[in-house]
Design a protein around this ligand. Structure first.
Ligand SMILES: [Zn+2]
Ligand SMILES: [Zn+2]
Length: 235
């Protein structure tokens, strides 16, 4: 029982900023967050960065996605790509707290968070979860809102191959049947406003497939929120 207490005490000790090495500091210092994670205008439905004054990108205007809205805290790139790599592949789930903090410092987060009833992390397949030992999206969701986070409602039935080179229709076909709602828990989705949480959004195809499955199960609204959005994807 001592371990959580010790972890909590350690987390309160001053440490070094993981980006600029300033000391003493939180894991991410205030200057780095202000300079490198400043909110920028993004497409309402796919969160790609846009010029100021624009609400939706051309791809979303032509072919509106299944998400009601999409939020991204930062663009995928220095230094966040390195932090995310450590979080995801470096056995460092402790990154969830400072990275969730990056999402929460964006003024757009509060309005979105107030709007939704449930936070659903994008699931990993059982095999991937077993290899990694934790789901980074679930760790983020738990930090963002522990009381509204449901980690078992959405299921990933199988892994899908990397698909950034496929066109949108191909990506969705590739994902068909890979994401499903747990039938026993489906009634708890009816008429609810749901927020999907993921660490990185590249093409958006996984979020789109999840949104379709959740809508089919009766969710009233489905929004997406990611820490980082790549800016060179199509759609
Ligand atoms: Zn710093
Ligand atoms: Zn868009």
């Amino acid at each position: 029982m001592l371990a959580p207490l010790i972890a909590r005490l350690l987390s309160r000790l001053p440490s070094q900023c993981a980006v600029c090495r300033a000391w003493p500091s939180q894991t991410l210092c205030e200057d780095c967050v202000l300079q490198l994670a400043a909110p920028r205008p993004r497409c309402q439905t796919c969160a790609i960065a846009l010029p100021a004054g624009t609400r939706r990108c051309g791809a979303c205007l032509l072919d509106p996605p299944a998400l009601d809205s999409c939020f991204a805290a930062v663009s995928y790139g220095f230094p966040w790509s390195r932090c995310l790599h450590e979080f995801k592949f470096g056995q460092q789930p402790g990154w969830a707290r400072p990275l969730a903090g990056l999402m929460q410092q964006d003024p757009a987060w509060e309005a979105l968070s107030e709007r939704v009833d449930l936070l659903l992390p994008m699931p990993l397949s059982a095999q991937r979860l077993c290899e990694r030992g934790y789901n980074q999206a679930a760790e983020l969701a738990r930090q963002l809102s522990p009381e509204r986070c449901h980690g078992t409602l959405l299921l990933r039935l199988r892994d899908t191959p990397a698909q950034s080179t496929l066109p949108r229709s191909g990506r969705l076909r590739n994902l068909r049947g890979a994401l499903a709602v747990d039938p026993l828990q489906a009634p708890s989705l009816r008429h609810r406003r749901v927020l999907l949480i993921d660490d990185v959004m590249t093409t958006g195809a996984s979020l789109e497939a999840a949104a379709l499955a959740l809508r089919a199960a009766g969710a009233r609204e489905v929004h997406g929120a990611v820490l980082a959005r790549t800016e060179n994807a199509v759609g």
